[in-house]
Design a protein. Structure first.
Length: 325
């Protein structure tokens, strides 16, 4: 006799549904039938590496079992950043990210969560990039990142100042000499700043925080030293969506990877930087997922008030009171 199917640590018995399985595959086109649960996606997901709370493999298995209702109410659906690294690493070309996109669409169609909640979620995610930039800047300056409630609110709600100024380049030849030596395999010179890369980038929410087009133009103009000392290149999720979107076949991902490698070569990045960055990501991503749980009401314990207001809403109102006082 077969044992009942359950989630680990849960007494709820799961009931696979072949019809719903087919429905999810037709909608998501994720090829999840090919999954053999190798776990490559789990070890590639940046959110899972930082928190252990988003396993793309679990999403795929739930889809494979036709557990549509469980997926519609799964908090992991809202933890995803949309980088699609899970799909890139899969040896069988399964696309967990497409399942997540499809399920989010069904959630909106069925009005499972209010539209205002989803809007606040998008706002939270966009403002979280401000937190990432400030946290990575601290890592570059060899500072440990500890975030109090007040600092978290401040970093979320205070815009990052956009750099402004005139860039003076003598000649095109002069700027090309300041770039890396050797053959340019990135096709950077083909860029005409259309902005496709920035539109495709999952974390390019505000230009002052992270803008791939801005980085690539700086590279083309030979402003490599400025880039090597910038936190921007370490914000990149290494997902390659900028490269995939470029109509001129500019290898944006390679540009940023070369900049990172050069920063390490020149000693701009010290040997403890990656350890600090790992610890910082664990801290801020855990805080983000707690905010998401509170926003959607997945876990009542994370709420900061008895009225049901989520952390992000409370954070906004509290910070505005301080500013206006």
């Amino acid at each position: 006799m077969a044992l009942p199917l359950k989630f680990e640590g849960s007494d709820t018995i799961l009931k696979p549904d072949a019809d719903l399985r087919e429905l999810i595959e037709q909608g998501a086109k994720a090829d999840f039938y090919s999954c053999w649960t190798c776990g490559s996606c789990d070890f590639e997901c940046p959110v899972n590496l930082a928190t252990g709370r988003l396993r793309p493999q679990k999403i795929v298995r739930m889809a494979n079992l036709g557990l549509l209702d469980e997926l519609l109410h799964a908090p992991e659906i809202w933890y995803c950043q949309g980088c699609r690294r899970c799909a890139q690493i899969c040896p069988n070309l399964v696309k967990p990210s497409e399942i997540i996109s499809y399920i989010r669409g069904v959630v909106l169609e069925k009005h499972i969560f209010p539209l205002e909640t989803v809007r606040n979620y998008r706002l939270l995610f966009a403002r979280f990039q401000r937190v990432r930039k400030r946290a990575v800047t601290n890592c570059l300056h060899r500072k440990s990142t500890t975030i109090s409630d007040r600092k978290w609110c401040e970093w979320l709600l205070t815009p990052v100042k956009e750099e402004r100024g005139v860039v003076r380049i003598k000649t095109t030849e002069d700027s090309s000499k300041r770039r890396f030596k050797g053959p340019d395999l990135t096709r950077a010179a083909a860029c005409f700043t259309c902005g496709e890369c920035s539109s495709a980038c999952p974390i390019s929410c505000e230009r002052s925080v992270f803008d791939p087009r801005y980085l690539f133009r700086m590279f083309i103009l030979g402003m490599v030293d400025k880039l090597l000392n910038s936190a921007d290149i370490w914000l990149c999720l290494d997902c390659g969506r900028c490269t995939n979107a470029c109509s001129q076949l500019v290898e944006g991902r390679k540009i940023i990877c070369r900049l990172k490698y050069r920063a390490i070569q020149k000693g701009i990045i010290d040997q403890n930087f990656f350890k600090r960055l790992e610890q910082t990501n664990q801290l801020i991503y855990t805080r983000l997922l707690d905010e998401v749980d509170a926003l959607f009401g997945f876990n009542a314990k994370t709420a900061r008030t008895e009225t049901g207001m989520n952390n992000f809403s409370v954070c906004c109102s509290e910070y505005e009171e301080v500013i206006c006082a």
